[in-house]
Design a binder for this molecule. Sequence first.
Ligand code: G1P
Length: 275
Amino acid sequence: MIKKCLFPAAGYGTRFLPATKAMPKEVLPIVNKPLIQYGVEEAMNAGMKNIGIITGRGKRAIEDHFDISYELEHQISGTSKEGYLQSIRKIIEECTFSYTRQVQMKGLGHAILSGETLIGNEPFGVVFADDLCVGNGDGSVLAQMVRVYQKYRCSIVAIEEVPTDETHKYGVIAGSELEDGIFVISDMVEKPAPEDAPSNLAIIGRYILTPDIFEILRNTQPGKNDEVQITDALLTQATNNMVLAYKFKRRRFDCGSVDGFVAATNHFYDEYKNG
Ligand code: G1P
């Protein structure tokens, strides 16, 4: 039903310097798999096989990762090492990849607007690879959100409860509960101080957006940090129409922070060890 998924991946990854000096943060490995591959697998499992990636300068490794390496294929063909390429081969076989560059860093809303040419006039998913959600297949966060979309046909953001002293890291919503875990959004604030936060329900990096968001983004003025914020555009959409927040049932690691990255590494290392 939703075929396309957009991955904003133009950011500099400054929190991981010097590791991200010559390497995109999206290809930093969690055990033996680049961060962005987990996100693409989640999109694929939710039925979104047309992957659009918003890149920037110095991000060539992302394109190379989702492409066939003939030398490598040739070298390991018929050896016991072939199994290591299985997961990426499946992705390359099943998905298509399109890229566009965000030439100026004007915020997440601007990055998503840059993806308009890759999306066109249809609903689409958005994944921030930094937010690594555990659990794929039917139960992945994006797959859960597709089911909500099938019922309500409007934009949806994923939310989770965060400690009040962490609201300044997230977009935060206010809303009324429509059914268990699904809220109709009445307010959204980008990275509020605890005293200004309308709740402790924070947006995490999974969205389903209807394509009218592009026109709204075009008319959205820079907000927090003088950047065009997707949160502000979604508030306009919520005011004009309806936007839902979905409290997902999965574990999330904030791999944009060193602590979250290490926690995710430990989690996947346990899985790796136990086969
Ligand atoms: C972005 C969004 C924010 C959202 C967060 C989720 O912020 O602007 O609303 O809560 O992603 O990870 P960023 O983490 O890019 O600063």
